[in-house]
Design a protein around this ligand. Structure first.
Ligand SMILES: CC(C)(COP(=O)(O)OP(=O)(O)OC[C@H]1O[C@@H](n2cnc3c(N)ncnc32)[C@H](O)[C@@H]1OP(=O)(O)O)[C@@H](O)C(=O)NCCC(=O)NCCS
Length: 186
């Protein structure tokens, strides 16, 4: 679902995904500089606009997929962030991307994650947020560490990039409510 609540961060705003965001998502998901870092189905990109619309309709109705668009306070779309609830109602896997490559390393990802955590541990009452990332994704690792996530383990042969035969290792990272030092959104 695309929660109606709009979350204000220091640099970004998280707001419900709209259908007008989909062409940007498509462009980003088809960009090898971006999708190389994303765990995707092995069928991989290219994504199509039809597939994006199908994802939008599916996700809109799925209470276990919570997705926000990330934009600047000026309304410039940057990417999206998601919480995927698994078998536990009070735990979720976080995923995000900043699709505008020229905007990487400017603090937007860190602010989006912190803002999401504040809401997840505050109003939503989650107890544990975790994620997987490629070992070699140093930018993402730094972003997550500065949000308070800690490495819980090495995931050997975590995934294969689309079009590659080699398996790459991943990291399992997580943060619990009691470890979060940021501002809770209540
Ligand atoms: C990962 C991602 C969400 C991070 O968002 P971002 O806005 O670029 O990140 P931030 O600027 O908040 O933080 C990144 C930090 O890593 C640092 N960094 C950048 N490249 C780095 C590198 N090669 N090695 C170590 N640190 C690096 C930045 O300087 C910054 O640290 P700082 O705040 O101390 O300056 C974004 O880059 C992205 O979407 N990348 C492509 C998709 C992806 O990797 N998604 C995550 C999959 S798990």
């Amino acid at each position: 679902m695309f929660p109606a609540v709009v979350l204000q961060g220091r640099l970004v705003r998280l707001r419900p995904v709209t259908e007008t965001d989909l062409p940007c998502f498509l462009r980003w998901l088809n960009d090898p500089d971006i999708n190389r870092w994303l765990a995707m189905p092995e069928s991989g990109p290219p994504a199509t606009l039809e597939a994006e619309h199908a994802w939008y309709e599916r996700t809109k109705q799925d209470p276990n997929q919570l997705v926000w668009s990330i934009e600047t306070h000026g309304g410039h779309l940057l990417g999206n962030v998601a919480l995927h609830r698994g078998f536990r109602a009070d735990a979720a896997e976080l995923g995000l991307f900043i699709g505008e490559k020229g905007e990487w390393s400017k603090g937007y990802g860190t602010d989006a994650v912190r803002t999401t955590l504040g809401h997840a541990f505050g109003q939503m009452g989650f107890r544990r947020i975790y994620l997987h990332t490629d070992v070699e994704n140093q930018r993402a690792h730094r972003c997550f560490v500065q949000c308070g996530l800690r490495q819980e383990g090495l995931v050997k042969e975590y995934r294969r990039r689309w079009g590659e035969t080699r398996f790459i290792d991943g990291l399992l990272m997580a943060i619990l409510t009691r470890e979060f030092t940021g501002e809770l959104a209540v």
